[in-house]
Design a protein around this ligand. Structure first.
Ligand code: CO
Length: 210
């Protein structure tokens, strides 16, 4: 019997054939350079793949994904992705895309002990606590979870703006940060319209002087 992973390798052959049929230079061109306009900060959830849900091609989006799309300023992995994409690739937009039904957000709302992942989910518990009055005024638990998904995205948009990397880029050029939420049951992305474009959009204590 064929092992399940072999389906992936066969799929890769199909991918190559289909791409080449549409554009014989596709791989030659992409192998020379990447010039993505977007940095995507999304959830690791297998149902929210950046390229597929935005109908974009390889080469168009620089991607970072972790549990519940969290921006943590001590996360060396993420901060490296951010610095490289902003300073070297010079992306024009950073998109934080959460999704309703996010397991990480639901875990943050529960009291389950999950081992190591507690430490990561703790970031979202802090968001919950920051907005505890608004959240606990929502009687329906599904609606409350949905709101926390949105608030978590808005908070991560702010966390991006709080970095010196983003603030330094703002001195030289426009760089927009967007907060989006994806619906697993509809496939639709909702723009939360929480755009941050410049230093003045950020609380004063977080602003750096260079
Ligand atoms: Co998720």
């Amino acid at each position: 019997m064929e092992a399940s992973y072999q389906r992936l390798l066969k799929g890769n052959e199909t991918f190559i054939a289909e791409r080449l049929a549409l554009d014989p230079d596709f791989f030659t061109r992409l192998s020379k350079q990447q010039k993505p306009e977007f940095l995507w900060v999304g959830c690791s959830d297998s149902r929210v793949p950046a390229n597929e849900i935005t109908n974009t091609d390889p080469g168009e989006i620089f991607v970072h994904r972790n549990i519940a799309n969290v921006v943590v300023h001590t996360d060396l992995n993420f901060m490296s992705v951010l610095q490289y994409s902003v300073e070297v690739l010079k992306v024009k937009h950073i998109i934080v895309c959460g999704h309703y039904g996010c397991g990480g957000v639901l875990a943050a709302m529960s009291h389950s002990h999950l081992g190591l992942v507690n430490k990561w989910v703790r970031n979202i518990k802090e968001v919950y606590q920051k907005y505890v009055d608004e959240l606990e005024a929502i009687a329906d638990s599904d609606a409350r979870a949905k709101r926390l998904v949105e608030l978590n995205v808005i908070e991560q948009v702010h966390n991006l703006a709080k970095t010196s990397i983003v603030q330094k880029a703002w001195q030289e050029r426009p760089l927009q940060i967007h907060g989006w939420v994806y619906g697993l049951d509809s496939g639709r992305i909702k723009d939360l319209e929480c755009k941050i474009r410049r230093l003045e959009d950020l609380e004063p204590i977080f602003r750096y002087e260079f």
